[in-house]
Design a protein around this ligand. Structure first.
Ligand code: THU
Length: 300
């Protein structure tokens, strides 16, 4: 799904990537293979309050507002009205525009704290809720509400963001999806071997990386090291799991990356996924790099 972002403030790539993963899963869960688009504004409470007042006559801040662009036939949702999706198709943008989503990052922050999960995860929840509205779901009565909840839960489970995951910081499924998302940003014109990585820090942050090649081949950096370099330079030094995505064959980290990662996380869990994402294998850094090189007298 094409998301047209307009963040009023800088946001992390983890947040945008997890929201993209959730949006793609929403389309899949609804059975839509047609190209769809939505605009997503990320703003503060003051801005969403003004919109709530002008569009709904409610002068108060809220977490999310949805403005559907399509009126679905009564009782039907997007997946049940493919003819309408086709009719609304705009060749210029190569998509059917479903509508506008506005999310308050003040609410995202507060709700993430309240539920004990990351801001990215909360923002993905709110986006899924809003996309369900854009696809024709509603919660005006108990019956509608139950159908919408069920759809939301199915999408979130598919994205590895199910609520029953409880205090689990991020499910492997979500991390693997993020690695695939990171792979889409690979710069690999020489090898044509794209790699993506999603590194989970024990403080809850996720850092994404892709391989970035160079005309001077030796200057190329691998996806795993890109992710870890980003993480360490942002102050993270403790990691528990990395997910690595490649296209056709399993992409276990190269020797340099193994040594590099073992500096900070000798017991890191390593997940690799390839193909359509249904293939996943798991190991640990300790197993794939026994006897890593260490220097005595390292400062703690
Ligand atoms: N590559 C990685 O990103 N990670 C690895 O662990 C092994 C190799 C990249 C580097 C290069 O851009 C391409 O894969 C082919 O070697």
């Amino acid at each position: 799904m094409k998301l047209d972002w307009s963040p009023d403030f800088p946001v992390t790539s983890e947040l945008l990537s997890l929201m993209q993963v959730a949006a793609d899963r929403a389309m899949q869960a609804e059975g839509i293979s047609f190209p769809c688009a939505a605009s997503v504004r990320l703003c503060n409470d003051a801005a969403i309050r003004a919109l709530n007042a002008s569009h709904r006559g409610l002068d108060q801040a809220t977490d999310v507002l949805s403005f559907p662009a399509v009126s679905w036939p009564k009782g039907k949702t997007a997946g049940q009205a493919p003819h309408l999706l086709r009719k609304m198709y705009d060749p210029e943008s190569d998509a059917c525009f479903l509508g506008d989503v506005v999310i308050s990052l003040d609410h995202v922050r507060a709700q993430a704290r309240e539920y004990g999960h990351s801001e990215a995860r909360e923002a993905a929840y709110l986006l899924v809720h809003s996309l369900c509205h854009l696809m024709g779901y509603d919660h005006m009565n108990e019956e509608e509400k139950a159908v919408m909840r069920e759809k939301e839960e199915a999408i979130l489970a598919d994205a590895g963001l199910a609520r029953e995951a409880g205090d689990c910081p991020i499910q492997d499924k979500a991390l693997l999806a993020l690695a695939r998302e990171a792979m889409s940003r690979s710069y690999s014109p020489y090898s044509r071997y794209p790699v993506g990585a999603a590194l989970h820090a024990t403080d809850g942050r996720v850092f994404l990386g892709c391989n970035i090649e160079n005309a001077s081949f030796g200057a190329t950096i691998c996806a795993e090291r890109t992710a870890m370099v980003k993480a360490v330079s942002e102050g993270a030094r403790s990691f528990d799991v990395i997910a690595i995505a490649t296209r056709d064959t399993p992409g276990w980290p190269c020797g340099i990356c193994r040594q590099f990662m073992s500096e900070f996380a000798p017991n890191l869990r390593v997940l690799v996924t390839w193909g359509d994402g249904s293939h996943v294998e798991e190991s640990t850094l300790g197993k794939i790099l026994p006897h890593q090189f260490e220097l005595k007298g390292k400062e703690q």
